[in-house]
Write a protein that binds this ligand. Structure first.
Ligand code: NI
Ligand code: MN
Length: 225
């Protein structure tokens, strides 16, 4: 069993009943989040890259909840210097955690932190938890290797950006879903700011046309798999 809660933007909470994993917990300053950072109590946090709309509340949450933060080595090293318990990984690597496993994938994007320092490569992630496999692409453009990611990992759920400008837009995101062929695609990274407008209904319709299933989650909505 796996519960997936959509905070908004690229922020999700995964829970198997025993463990809670937050992904890209951008809550404070997120105009679409319906909760505050105090409402989230993750055991683990996964961060795809250092941009403020993904790193978000990671440091405060990790300190308040004694969470372990999982991310690429460069970002993990910096988080460790900030007093955070960080587990460094890198692209292509996987590791078993108490909740399941993490494998880091490529993403085509950037990863500069608000302090001006570059924090290594951005990434996506394959999460195995609660007998389900979730692929969070991170912020990325479309890339053909998504086909291989789909073939090798057979994700139940794909979390895919559709807001365009900084990431894939709806048409590229639909092609990405076609490459990966998940059981369910959930759109993210749209309508948080005026620069990334997208109609999730258009995405859902286009994904259905290629014979896959998509569902746009409301802010704070939880689905159980
Ligand atoms: Ni970004
Ligand atoms: Mn972003």
């Amino acid at each position: 069993m796996l519960n997936i809660t959509y905070i908004s933007h690229s922020a999700f909470i995964l829970s198997d009943g025993a463990h809670t994993l937050a992904i890209d917990p951008f809550i404070t300053g997120n105009p679409t989040a319906k909760i505050t950072a105090n409402d989230v109590h993750p055991n683990f946090i996964f961060v795809t890259h250092a941009h403020g709309d993904h790193l978000g509340d990671t440091i405060a949450l990790a300190k308040a909840n004694n969470s372990q933060v999982i991310c690429v080595n460069e970002l993990a090293t910096w988080l460790s210097s900030q007093g955070v318990n960080a587990h460094p990984m890198h692209i292509g690597g996987s590791f078993k955690f108490p909740f399941g496993s993490i494998k880091i994938t490529i993403a085509h994007h950037g990863s500069k932190a608000d302090n001006g320092e570059y924090m290594g490569e951005p990434c996506g992630v394959i999460i195995k938890m609660g007998d389900k496999t979730v692929y969070h692409t991170g912020d990325t453009g479309l890339f053909l290797d998504m086909k291989l990611i789909g073939q090798l990992n057979k994700p139940d759920v794909m979390l895919v950006p559709i807001g365009d400008n900084f990431t894939m837009g709806i048409d590229d995101a639909t092609t990405a879903v076609d490459f990966v062929r998940p059981e369910l695609a959930i759109p993210m990274h749209f309508n948080t700011f005026p620069i990334i407008p997208a109609d999730p209904k258009e995405f859902v319709a286009k994904v259905e046309k290629i014979g896959c299933k998509a569902k746009a989650l409301d802010y704070s909505e939880t689905i159980s798999l």
